[in-house]
Design a protein around this ligand. Structure first.
Ligand code: XMP
Length: 521
């Protein structure tokens, strides 16, 4: 459901920077709707969207003179709409209006102090009283000569034109990245641009989202029935609750117990959605089916495919029993739609085939409804709270569709699953008790298929290794391992070994992503 039919917005033109989505989120955090558009798509604009009140040109890995790779229709700069260029965006504005952009002698990377030259609406409250501000830079090209009508607003030791403006046409360029938190006052730049320069009024909040989405869902679905696969994860929980608020008992949720869930997961989902929220929920226990099909399968991709296909089969079987269903709901989010990968023409190679509980059968001929399609994950969480879902559900760590199967490398047995469920439970409980859970983006235990020798009391043991993984991340695309204190790792290791039969050694994964991935398979 496209929210922008009647909403003023900031359009972010994407040149392939890894931070483009962050710019969009920063604008929305300010309470204003923003949308991302691949720079190559501008040429398809027949009539420019009159809701666009400001344009931000993102950063990107290209060089402004690689014209064969950049398909940027610079007519967009003639629309009399304020424009802010960030990094590459700053350079492309400069080049378009006759400035000179070249490779710098010195690459500027990391925290940099910039100094004010003159006042600008864009930098109101941005500099301290010594006229400086700390910003985060990442560039090797820079603007060497200003285009006509432009003035320099700030400089750094290595770049003369860090902030520039054309006051008459409301064009601004900044060499640094205000969207990353290292730029201490980066938000002030966006605030000034959105409110003082583009003069947009606040139009984006989770309360407004809830009202808008419920209204739109009712219009779209009417009195028909809608089906939703509920996994208990954040996205499917929010979609289900949103639909329930919109159409009540005309929503039917199907929850499939694959036998690969965490400890107590099925009870928690049933208690929350069926008992507490009184929703129509069909519980399918397909444990044996999944475990049998996975017997002796150890290749990670084969495991993923088996689970994905089986899930669809089970779902279809039960969906067919429900009469008069017209719609199928999915928890697609905005990052799934954004085409930033193709911006620079490079294809990212497939690393793992993702199984999403949302990725459901096309041949069922149901109409799709994807209410969260224009929201970022943090917005989905806020919407969930607005819908009265508990913080426990909303702030849960992500859990992959194939579940514990990809946390047991090699072949899977019910025994191994049960050992892992227990170890994972103790780990997550300890994180919660020590108030570490919310500092960590994702944490889990895995069971390595290797047995090693240990000693307990006077006895020799020969049991599995439990691997613990805890990472910090913005969006799961890159990640760093969490740095626990020795006391914590020591106590969790003891707790697992003392309480979980089948494990006699605990190790902690200290790799980041890349080069590793978050999950083991
Ligand atoms: P990786 O292991 O690729 O994981 O670094 C990145 C994030 O994606 C989650 N993940 C999945 N989520 N279906 C999902 O819904 C999947 O098949 C899947 N595989 C990985 C993973 O837990 C992490 O948050």
């Amino acid at each position: 459901m496209h929210p922008s039919n009647n909403l003023n917005k900031i359009l972010i033109i994407d040149f392939g920077s890894q931070f483009t989505q962050l710019i969009a989120r920063r604008i929305r955090e300010l309470g204003v709707y923003s949308e991302i558009l691949n720079h190559k798509k501008i040429k398809y604009f027949k009539q420019f969207d009159s809701n666009v009140k400001g344009i931000i040109l993102s950063g990107g890995p290209l060089n402004v003179y690689e014209t064969s790779k950049i398909k940027f229709n610079s007519k967009i700069l003639k629309l009399k709409i304020p424009v802010l260029g960030v990094c590459f965006g700053h350079q492309i504005i400069s080049k378009t209006f006759g400035g000179v952009v070249k490779k710098s002698k010195k690459r500027e990377f990391g925290l940099t102090l910039i100094k004010k030259i003159k006042k600008s609406k864009l930098t109101n409250n941005f500099f301290n009283n010594r006229g400086t501000s700390k910003v985060w830079m990442s560039h090797s090209d820079q603007v060497f000569k200003l285009p006509k009508k432009f003035k320099a607003i700030a400089y750094s030791e290595n770049s003369k034109f860090c902030i520039i403006e054309n006051k008459v046409d409301n064009f601004f360029g900044i060499q640094f990245h205000p969207e990353v938190t290292h730029t201490t006052r980066g938000n002030i730049i966006f605030k000034n641009f959105v409110y003082s320069i583009c003069k947009i009024k606040k139009n984006w909040s989770s309360k407004k989202q809830k009202e808008r989405l419920i209204k739109e869902i009712r219009q779209k679905i009417g009195r028909s029935k809608v089906l939703c696969a509920l996994s208990g994860g954040v996205d499917s929980s929010v979609v289900s609750k949103l639909l329930y608020n919109a159409v009540g008992k005309n929503l039917v949720c199907i929850f499939v117990n694959t036998g690969l869930l965490r400890k107590n997961e099925e009870t928690e989902v049933i208690n929350t959605f069926k008992k507490k929220h009184n929703m129509n929920l069909i519980y399918v226990n397909a444990k044996n089916l999944f475990i049998n099909k996975l017997k002796n399968v150890s290749d990670p991709e084969t495991k993923r495919k088996i689970i994905g296909n089986l899930f669809v089969k089970v779902f279809e079987k039960y969906a067919k029993k429900i009469k008069k269903v017209e719609f199928l709901a999915q928890g697609t989010l905005y990052p799934d739609l954004i085409e930033s990968k193709s911006v620079t023409g490079s294809q990212t190679s497939k690393i793992k085939s993702h199984h999403n509980v949302g990725g459901l059968p096309k041949k069922m001929k149901l109409k799709l409804i994807e209410p969260l399609k224009y929201l970022f994950k943090d917005e989905v969480r806020k919407l969930g709270l607005e819908l009265n879902l508990s913080n426990k559900i909303i702030s849960r760590h992500p859990f992959p569709g194939p579940g514990l199967a990809i946390r047991i490398p090699g072949s899977i047995t019910e025994k191994k699953i049960n050992i892992l469920k227990e170890a994972d439970y103790y780990f997550i409980e300890a994180l919660k008790n020590q108030k570490l859970y919310h500092k960590i983006w994702q944490a889990y235990a895995a069971l390595l298929p290797v047995k090693t020798v240990g000693v307990m009391g006077d006895n020799r043991t020969y049991e599995y290794i439990c691997l613990l993984r805890a990472i910090t991340s913005e969006d799961g695309m890159t990640a760093d391992f969490y740095n626990f204190k020795k006391k914590f790792v020591q106590s969790i290791s003891n707790k697992i070994i003392n309480n979980v039969r089948g494990i006699n050694r605990v190790v902690y994964d200290i790799t980041s992503k890349p080069p590793s991935t978050i999950e083991l398979e």
